[in-house]
Design a protein around this ligand. Structure first.
Ligand SMILES: *[C@@H]1O[C@H](CO)[C@@H](O)[C@H](O)[C@H]1NC(C)=O
Length: 338
């Protein structure tokens, strides 16, 4: 019997027995978002380049993030999304199905680029290779893309992203992000780091005292990044951590602090109201930081879609829910309208 006939026979048998061929790797289904059109005054609007990652675990979060950006942009048709995925062909159809008129591309991120450089952190989700993809944006995105906004997949934007895009990085900043100078910078590195003869000296000679910043929202000047060889600098700190000494506990963020803290162009705090997922171990509910809000970020252990599904959500998770595009049982979710 030819192989195809055999396969057909097996399929028939399965169908007859009422079994489904659903595999664990099948992606959930998402509804189509409304089309968003440019308003007046967009003819001269710049193209805003946004980079995000796509994977099975965070797809729901990524799509909600995209919807939130479109929903609040005054020139949504002037946006271009650059997605990084380890399996681009798997995710392209999912994005196109929810956003048929979105300008986007999906690039392959090779997990082997970082696999040998990742050391385990306090939370497994932080150790996924894709979590390090932001380090490689300058290499992976086309040379023609000279600036990009990087967004994590657990956030929603509630303001016009063009405002963030307009951040002035002159004359020579590589990276812009909200800085948190009241946070205890010492605590992001181990005693081993601070007691070393050389490691702490990495921070001397910085333009300003080093401060914590969250790497989930960054404006990156890719030309300067490429010229300065920053990917290699980040990699070399990861290699120190992996092979030489345990100098930090948290995933991909500390290498960014090591390379950029004190040289970051500050952005208003409203652009990263982070920590809404709770801390990295307990995931307890958090409140907003004081001040205006342009972006809500569920960084930390808890994710709004998991808490909502489990029926024990935090109060602020209700602000994420309107951007959820997940289709349940093939029916539109009545509560998911934007
Ligand atoms: C900052 O963190 C370090 C290390 O965790 C700790 O030893 C120090 O007391 C902290 N400083 C303040 C001002 O809380």
């Amino acid at each position: 019997m030819p192989l195809s006939a055999l396969l057909a026979a097996v399929l028939l048998l399965l169908a007859a027995s009422g079994m489904t061929l659903a595999t664990p790797s099948e992606l959930p289904r998402f509804r189509e978002a409304p089309a968003f059109r440019n308003g007046p005054g967009c003819a001269t609007a710049p193209t805003v380049h946004i980079a995000m990652t796509l994977d099975a675990a965070y797809l729901r979060g990524s799509l909600a993030g995209v919807l939130s950006v479109l929903r609040h942009a005054s020139c949504p048709e002037s946006l271009f999304f650059h997605f990084l995925a380890t399996r681009p062909r798997r995710f392209r159809p999912a994005v196109a199905a929810s956003f048929p008129s979105l300008a986007f591309d999906v690039y392959r991120f090779d997990p082997d680029l970082v696999r040998g450089r990742i050391s385990s952190s306090v939370r497994r989700a932080l150790d996924q290779p894709l979590n390090y993809a932001r380090i490689y944006l300058a290499d992976i995105l086309p040379r023609s893309v000279r600036r990009v906004i990087y967004f994590d997949s657990d956030l929603v934007v509630v303001d016009d992203v063009a405002r963030l895009w307009a951040t002035d990085l002159a004359p020579d900043h590589v990276l812009a992000a909200p800085e948190y100078c009241h946070a205890n910078f010492t605590s992001y590195f181990t005693d081993r780091f601070w007691s070393d003869a050389n490691f702490p000296r990495s921070f001397s000679g910085r333009s300003r005292p080093p401060c914590y910043f969250n790497t989930g929202v960054m404006v990156m000047e890719l030309d300067r990044w490429r010229a300065g060889g920053y990917t290699r600098m980040l990699e070399s700190w990861m290699e120190v951590q992996k092979r030489e000494a345990r100098i930090y506990e948290l995933g991909s963020m500390p290498p960014f602090l090591l390379v950029f803290a004190g040289e970051v162009k500050g952005v208003e705090h409203r652009w990263n109201q982070h920590g809404l997922g709770g801390d990295n171990v307990e995931g307890l509910c958090r409140d907003l930081h004081p001040g205006p809000v342009s972006l809500l970020h569920w960084s930390g252990k808890g994710k709004p879609w998991l808490r909502l599904d489990a029926g024990h959500s935090c109060p602020l998770d209700a602000l994420w829910a309107p951007y959820d595009l997940l289709l349940r049982d093939g029916h539109h979710d009545l509560f998911a309208d934007v």
